[in-house]
Design a protein around this ligand. Structure first.
Ligand code: DON
Length: 344
C-alpha cells in the first residue's frame, strides 16, 4: 500500500500536471524551441553526439512540486555544473577557512579554461573555472581514488534523489585523452604548491565528475535542494550542511556562468551554474530550483535556449534577487502573516 509520502507526491504531481504554471512552461518551451543559434560543444569529441533539438525545462519548488516540459528525462553529462556541488563537499570536508585559503572566490572575467592564477595569494581564482575546480576536487577526502569518487557520486544521489547515478565512460575517456589544457593548468598549480602531488588521481576524478549523467529534472532537483537549505524537497534527505549552502550559491551568483556571470546576475539575478553538456541549474533561494537542458551553446559555453528560458522565468515571475519592489511586498506579507510586536 502506498504510504502518505507517496500519496502526497502523487497529489502534487497531479496538481503540477494541470496547473497554469505548467501551461506557462509549455509556452516558454514552444517559444524557444525554434531558436537554433549556437553550437554543440566539440572540444571533447564525444560531446558532438548530442542532438541540437534537445530542449527541456524543469522547475521544482521547495515544497516538492515538479513541473517539467520537453526533454527533461534525456540524460547528458553534467560537466562544469558538478563544480558547484563538489565545492560544497570540499567545504564540508575542510570548513570554509581552509577551503578559502586554497581557492579564492573572485570572478575572473575570463573563459572557463583560461590559464590564470592569483600568484599573489597563491590560489586559483574561484571554484567555477577549471583551475579552481581541479584544486577543489583535489580537496575531496577519501582513502583511495575509488573512495573519493564514491563520495562524489553519493553526494549527487542525495541531491538528485536518484537510486543510482552513472558516469558516461566514453565521455570520461574522451576528456581524459584530450584534456591537455587541464593537465597543463594542473601541473602549473602543482608547481606553485596549489595542489597536492596526487594530481593525476585528482584529474581523473575531475574528468569523472564532469562525465556524470544527469537530466534537466535532476538539475532542477539539485538546485531546489540548495534553495531548500540543503534538503532534497522530495526525499527529505540532506545533501549538504545548511551552513555551506550560502557559500556555494554566492559563488554560483558571482562566477557560475563564466565570463557571462556579470550579465547573468544583471539580467536573471539568481545563482546558477552551466556546463558544456548543455545544462543550467539555477537556484531561487527559499522558493525553487530550475533545470534546463539544450546542448546548443553560445561562444562562452552557456546554453542559448537555457539562458533565454531563465531570463523569461526571472522577468515573468520577478525572481531576480534584487527585485526591490518584490522584496518590499514579501516583507509586508511576512509581517502580516505574523504577530508583529508593537513598535514594528
Ligand atoms: O574541464 C572541462 O573542459 C570540462 N570537463 C568541463 C567544462 C565545462 O562544462 C565548462 N563549461 N561551460
Amino acid at each position: 500500500m502506498a504510504d502518505i509520502g507517496d500519496l502526497k507526491s502523487l497529489a502534487n504531481s497531479i496538481q503540477a500536471v494541470a496547473s497554469p504554471f505548467r501551461a506557462y512552461l509549455s509556452d516558454l518551451h514552444a517559444k524557444y524551441k525554434p531558436l537554433n543559434t549556437g553550437k554543440v560543444a566539440d572540444y571533447i569529441p564525444e560531446l558532438t553526439q548530442a542532438r541540437p533539438e534537445w530542449f527541456g525545462i524543469c522547475v521544482v519548488t521547495t515544497d516538492g512540486r515538479v513541473f517539467d516540459v520537453g526533454d527533461c528525462d534525456q540524460v547528458f553529462t553534467i560537466q562544469s555544473i558538478s563544480k558547484a556541488f563538489v565545492y560544497g563537499l570540499a567545504l564540508e570536508d575542510h570548513g570554509r577557512e581552509y577551503v578559502n585559503s586554497k581557492v579564492s572566490v573572485e570572478p575572473t572575467g575570463e573563459a572557463f579554461n583560461s590559464i590564470v592564477l592569483d600568484e599573489k595569494t597563491n590560489r586559483p581564482y574561484n571554484p567555477m573555472v577549471n583551475a579552481g575546480a581541479i584544486a577543489t576536487t583535489d580537496l575531496i577526502k577519501g582513502n583511495s581514488a575509488t573512495d573519493r569518487l564514491k563520495r562524489i557520486l553519493d553526494m549527487f544521489l542525495r541531491y538528485t534523489g536518484r537510486k543510482e547515478i552513472d558516469i558516461n565512460v566514453p565521455v570520461f575517456l574522451s576528456e581524459k585523452a584530450t584534456g591537455h589544457r587541464n593537465r597543463a593548468i594542473s601541473y602549473l598549480m602543482l608547481n606553485f604548491g596549489m595542489v597536492t602531488d596526487r594530481i593525476d588521481e585528482t584529474l581523473d576524478l575531475y574528468f569523472q565528475q564532469c562525465s556524470i549523467l544527469v537530466s534537466a529534472r535532476d538539475l532542477a532537483m539539485m538546485s531546489a535542494t540548495l534553495a531548500n537549505g540543503g534538503v532534497n524537497p522530495i526525499t527529505g534527505d540532506r545533501a549538504i550542511d545548511e551552513h555551506y549552502v550560502q557559500d556555494v550559491i554566492s559563488v554560483m551568483l558571482t562566477c557560475g556562468m563564466y565570463d557571462y556571470s556579470g550579465e547573468w546576475a544583471y539580467r536573471v539575478g539568481v545563482p546558477a551554474k552551466s556546463g558544456v553538456g548543455g545544462g543550467i541549474t539555477a537556484v531561487v533561494p527559499g522558493k525553487l530550483g530550475i533545470g534546463t537542458f539544450s546542448p546548443l551553446l553560445d561562444e562562452k559555453g552557456n546554453s542559448v535556449r537555457g539562458i533565454k528560458a531563465c531570463e523569461d522565468l526571472s522577468r515573468d515571475f520577478g525572481l531576480h534577487l534584487f527585485n526591490v519592489a518584490k522584496a518590499e511586498r514579501d516583507l509586508y506579507d511576512w509581517i502580516e502573516s505574523r504577530d508583529v510586536p508593537d513598535g514594528w
